[in-house]
Design a binder for this molecule. Structure first.
Ligand code: X8Z
Ligand code: ZN
Length: 599
């Protein structure tokens, strides 16, 4: 599955093997032919085992109980053990000259385990149990008075009362102190697993999955951030000033980072919900998508159908009937589920599904497109060999649906009948602001989450400094601070899904760069030459064909090849983000000219 733990994406692919494959000891002479036979056997075995594991994880995520948790831990542990066994066996071919495709598959087998376990059976079991426990602690966590994450998120989005916001912000963070010891133990065991495989730590393995040396990837992330940082800094400065106007000097002093509870989102990661507080005077969008969805009587299923319809307008096949029968689209009233949205591929063919506790609002309308992007990608690469049934890199997988959602423009909404009037050019700055609050604000958050985890895995941070280290990075990259002093036992990273869920996060940072590259290329292919924020590729089958050609490649080629196939360039590049928001940057800098920016 995508969007939940990546154990499915990779470890499932590296799943169990009953086929006898020669072990280090048995093999005296390794040959390319033996290497090929080994990889074929591994792939055949993955293909067979993945489905059952996916079914178990699906059931756990949809009916969270002590029993389904135990089942998930059992399957997860077995899968990891087998993946580790294969990774160890793959090492015997390390010094052999192989054709590039086979060599790359060997690397995928060795590096692709999100949380490697040591071969020691007890430690494997402990790791799998901790993983399942953390996942369930997040899914079933409640604030005081039994308030759910969904309820608390509504407060964060809608309330403008700082005391109420602070209460909701603190409430959700009561779920995570109990995770801290388990998390630390998990880190220790998984690092031991990484070392057994010959890697310094788990973070190294995460950085090594990008068709370049792990150290180069670190630099690549820094390079992309340096490109877009000036845009973020301008936005942060303006938003702080507007929040200061709204909440006053005591709550938002102008010479301090922004307190994290005022940005419309539980994690201050996307700020679109406070649009009306920072909207440019005289350049209003003139509509509110959340209100429009409600007024026009959209229900959750109709929102998903509308999302599907965008993809089919590009010429992609409709989702199969089973998608509608098996997906979870609304939050069940009577049982615990993992509400964090995810997209699943159960049988590596057509049994694709989403799982979402959808709310009728603009944010979830976009998230639907995000999740469907995963499903359409999964279906497009189903004819690739098993190890190649994946995104070109994980950032691509996260970027496809978002790139499509960039085509949700006023023009498109009018075609849907959701709005009556398309704002004229005077609405451009407003539209760009609305997008920037989600997309530009996200960039430093997308980057800092794994900066934190890399430091946790390499030992720079210890359980005593986990929380301080988290806030140090929030400050450094986002210019955000905790609204109240944090307790010694606080574990604020644990209140963000992907930390207990162990989903690597750099993928989302990359996706927020890549989606603008995809959008720009798609609009160029469509022959569009107006402002990028007004471009929609809705209904364009030519573009759809080219998009599908990239999706069909899956992970069969190094990602620069896939990028080139669609965009003509081989580099991830923040300049498409800058181009998209260029008019807003000029406007922001004008607004900020007498302000003291920075923190
Ligand atoms: O987790 C997700 C998706 C599932 S892959 C809903 N996202 C990140 C998040 O919510 O933190 C999408 C944007 C970033
Ligand atoms: Zn996703």
């Amino acid at each position: 599955m995508i969007g939940k733990t990546s154990i499915l994406v990779i470890a499932l692919m590296l799943a169990g093997c009953n086929i006898s494959v020669e072990t280090d000891k048995d093999v005296k002479i390794v040959t390319p032919a033996k290497a090929k036979a080994f990889v074929d056997a591994v792939e055949a075995d993955f293909a067979e085992k993945n489905e059952f594991a996916a079914q178990v994880f699906w059931v756990q995520a949809n009916f969270m109980t002590v029993d389904t948790n135990a089942m998930a831990a059992k399957v997860g542990g077995d899968m990891t053990a087998l993946a580790v066994k294969y990774a160890t066996q793959a090492k015997q071919f390390n010094d052999l000259k192989l054709d590039p495709v086979l060599r790359r598959k060997m690397e995928m087998i060795k590096l692709g385990i999100t949380l490697p376990a040591p071969t020691n059976v007890a430690e494997n079991k402990e790791l799998a149990t901790i993983s399942a426990d953390l996942d369930s602690m997040y899914a079933t966590g409640k604030g005081p008075e039994g308030r759910t994450l969904g309820q608390l998120e509504d407060v964060m989005a809608e309330s403008r009362d700082p005391a109420e916001l602070l209460k909701a912000w603190e409430a959700w963070r009561t779920i995570s102190p109990a995770m801290k010891d388990k998390y630390a133990r998990m880190v220790a065991i998984a690092n031991k697993g990484a070392k057994e495989l010959g890697y310094s730590d788990v973070g190294y393995m995460w950085r090594a999955g990008y068709d370049m040396p792990a150290d180069d990837f670190r630099k690549e992330a820094d390079r992309l951030w340096d490109q877009v940082k000036p845009l973020y800094d301008s936005l942060q400065c303006h938003v702080r000033a507007k929040l200061n106007e709204k909440y006053g000097d005591d709550i938002v002093p102008l010479d301090q980072p922004i307190p994290a509870h005022l940005l419309g989102n539980m994690w201050a990661q996307q700020w679109g919900n406070i649009y009306e507080l920072v909207a440019p005077e005289g350049s209003r969008i003139g509509y509110d998508l959340t209100a429009a969805l409600k007024e026009k009587g959209y229900d959750e299923v109709k929102m998903v159908k509308t999302g599907e319809q965008f993809f089919t307008s590009l010429g992609l096949d409709p989702l199969p009937e089973t998608f509608w029968e098996r997906s979870l689209i609304t939050k069940p009233r009577d049982r615990e589920v993992q509400c964090h949205a995810s997209a699943w591929d159960i049988d590596s063919k057509d049994d694709v599904r989403i799982k979402m506790c959808t709310k009728i609002n603009a944010e979830d309308f976009k998230t639907i497109h995000h999740e469907l992007g995963h499903n359409f990608y999964q279906r497009a690469y189903q004819n690739q060999s098993t190890l190649h049934q994946n995104g070109a890199n994980d950032g691509f997988h996260e970027a496809i649906g978002d790139a499509i959602a960039l085509s949700i423009t006023p023009d498109y909404l009018k075609q849907l009948g959701l709005i009556d009037k398309v704002p004229g050019p005077e609405g451009d700055i407003g539209l760009l602001m609305r997008r920037a609050l989600d997309k530009v604000a996200f960039l430093p958050f997308g980057l800092m989450v794994d900066q934190w985890r890399w430091q946790v895995f390499n030992g720079e941070l210890t359980p005593e400094t986990y929380n301080q280290g988290w806030w140090d990075l929030r400050l450094k990259y986002q210019g955000i601070r905790p609204p109240v002093a944090r307790d010694a036992n606080a574990f604020d990273p644990g209140a963000k899904y992907h930390i207990p869920g162990n989903t690597p996060y750099m993928r989302y940072f990359l996706a927020h760069i890549l989606q603008f590259q995809f959008h720009k290329a798609a609009c160029a292919q469509a022959g569009y030459d107006g402002p990028l924020s007004r471009c929609t590729i809705y209904g364009n089958k030519e573009v759809g064909k080219k998009l599908n050609a990239m999706l069909e490649m899956g992970a069969s080629k190094p990602w620069p090849d896939a990028l080139e196939a669609f965009t003509g360039t081989r580099q991830m590049d923040g300049s498409a983000v800058l181009e998209y928001f260029a008019p807003l940057k000029v406007w922001l800098d004008e607004q900020n000219k007498d302000r003291k920016c920075g923190w």
